[in-house]
Structures are given as structure tokens and as C-alpha cells.
Design a protein around this ligand. Structure first.
Ligand code: C2E
Ligand code: MG
Ligand code: MG
Length: 252
């Protein structure tokens, strides 16, 4: 992995967020990939853990922030980029300087950068991450809670940390049309987010029926293979420049 960083084998792909009220692409989530010379394309689940244990996650994270912000500088001002940050990264104050430097070098305003923190890990380490998360929020960066529902789903932390957006985990979205418990969870999280003044994104939307359900349920944004697979930065740029200004999906 160390050599992969040196040899520039890590790169980002971008998956769009679709605003369901405006039927418009509002931004992209940056997702890490490793193009291994022998093993081919390696997904992040297979190497992020190793990066966290070895400490390499800090230099990887710095590169991720730098390239995501550089990409963002080429997109219109109303477009955002979301970057995934591990719990381990929140425990190191250099994260703050990496974020500030990436934003300054790219010349983009902090409000266009979103930091996704995964619920399952981050909340457990809440005490040590709180000050860093708050400092990031003070910089003007948006903080979102990823994979909501898979960890402790602690409503106390939802209230104490400055989250502006909650992402409903794809496991609930996948089953919401077949399983009434999942349907109830999805609807409740949408309502909870709305009443707490937070935005909400449904992850893992794979069908027209799921998208229609979310529109009915007044979910603000959606993400998933049905809307767009993770794509190269150039493809994302082309999507935004498309004739319909990113309005690629008919609302009905
Ligand atoms: P995540 O942040 O929850 O990202 C969503 C994952 O679901 C992505 O997998 C994405 O490709 C996949 N996905 C999106 N839409 C669909 C869909 O409709 N159906 C299905 N089945 N899957 C969908 P990916 O890219 O393999 O990333 C896995 C996880 O690795 C991410 O979960 C995130 O936690 C982590 N990760 C990715 N990039 C980074 C990074 O730069 N830094 C850190 N620390 N973690 C990262
Ligand atoms: Mg994410
Ligand atoms: Mg997620």
C-alpha cells in the first residue's frame, strides 16, 4: 500500500447526489480506488482497514482531500464534493490542516466541502473526535453522518455533533419496499432529519420504484446505481455540462 501511494495507484471516482425536489445533481461523493498492477481494481473495503492500522490513512486522506478539492474547483459553485473520513483520521489534528490546505490550494469555499463520518466507528470514539469535528464545522465545512442506522444510532450524538446531513444506510433502502420495518425506519429517519433541520440522503437506490418511494416520502436527496455509478472526474464534469444541466433523470 505504501508503494501504491508512491506509484500513484490510488485514485478517486465520483458518485452523484440527486436532489429529488429539484431533480438536479447537487454534488458528488469521492470514493477511493486502487488500481493494482496484478490484482486489478481493489475496492476500499479491502484496504482502508490496513491503511487505518498502519497509519497510512493520514497521507492517503491528505491526497484524497487534495484531489477532491482540485476536482471541485472545476465544477460550478453550487456543486459540492463529499469526502469520507475514518474515525482514525479524526483523532489526529493534522486533519484540520489537511482540510484547510486542500481548500486554499484549490481556491474553493469551505461550504462546498462535505465530510462524511461513518456512524458505526465515529460515534464510539465520540469523545476524542468531538473537538476536531466542531473545528471543521467552524471552518464552514459541512459534516454528514454516513451509514446512519448501522451503528449505535445514538440520538444524543446526533444532537451534540454539528451534523448538517444524515445518510440513510443502503441496507434499509434495499429492503424498504419488501420489509415494513425497513420502510418504517426510512420514513422515520426522513422525518427526524426534517424536524431537526438536517438534510437527508438515501444511499443505494437501485431502482425506479425505490426512487419513486423516496420522492413520495419527501426524501431530499438520493444516491445509488440507479441514479449514477461511481464515475471518473471527467465523466462527472461531462455530466454537469450536459445539455440539461445535470437534469438527466426525468422526475416521473
Ligand atoms: P460509503 O461511504 O457508504 O460509500 C457507499 C458505497 O456504496 C460505495 O462503495 C459505493 O460504490 C457503493 N454504492 C453506491 N451506490 C450503490 C448501489 O446502488 N448499490 C450498491 N450495492 N452499492 C452502492 P465503495 O466505493 O466500495 O466504498 C466502500 C466504503 O469505503 C465507503 O462506504 C466508505 O466508507 C469507504 N471509503 C471509500 N472511499 C474512502 C476514502 O477516501 N477514505 C475513507 N476513509 N474511506 C473511504
Ligand atoms: Mg460515504
Ligand atoms: Mg454510506
Amino acid at each position: 500500500l505504501e508503494k501504491a501511494i508512491e506509484d500513484d495507484q490510488l485514485f478517486l471516482v465520483y458518485q452523484p447526489f440527486l436532489n429529488l425536489l429539484e431533480n438536479r445533481v447537487t454534488g458528488f461523493e469521492a470514493l477511493l480506488r486502487w488500481r493494482h498492477p496484478e490484482r486489478g481494481l481493489v475496492p476500499p473495503d479491502e484496504f482502508i482497514g490496513i491503511a487505518e492500522e498502519s497509519g497510512l490513512i493520514h497521507s492517503i486522506g491528505e491526497r484524497v482531500l487534495r484531489s477532491a478539492c482540485a476536482m471541485l474547483s472545476q465544477w460550478p459553485n453550487d456543486i459540492r464534493v463529499a469526502v469520507n473520513i475514518s474515525a482514525v483520521q479524526f483523532q489526529n489534528v493534522t486533519l484540520l490542516s489537511h482540510v484547510t490546505k486542500a481548500l486554499t490550494d484549490a481556491g474553493v469555499s469551505p461550504g462546498r466541502l462535505e465530510i462524511e463520518m461513518t456512524e458505526s466507528t465515529s460515534i464510539a470514539k465520540y469523545v476524542s473526535t468531538e473537538s476536531v469535528v466542531k473545528a471543521l464545522a467552524e471552518l464552514g465545512v459541512t459534516i454528514s453522518l454516513d451509514d446512519f442506522g448501522t451503528g449505535f444510532s445514538s440520538l444524543t450524538y446526533l444532537r451534540k455533533l454539528p451534523f448538517e446531513r444524515v445518510k440513510i444506510d443502503q441496507s434499509f433502502v434495499r429492503e424498504m419496499l419488501m420489509n415494513s420495518d425497513c420502510e418504517a425506519i426510512v420514513k422515520s429517519v426522513i422525518g427526524l432529519a426534517r424536524d431537526m433541520g438536517m438534510d437527508v440522503v438515501a444511499e443505494g437506490v437501485e431502482s425506479r420504484d425505490q426512487l419513486d418511494f423516496l420522492i413520495q416520502a419527501k426524501c431530499k436527496e438520493a444516491q445509488g446505481y440507479f441514479i449514477g455509478r461511481p464515475m471518473t472526474g471527467d465523466q462527472a464534469t461531462a455530466l454537469l455540462a450536459g445539455a440539461r444541466g445535470g437534469k438527466v433523470w426525468a422526475a416521473a
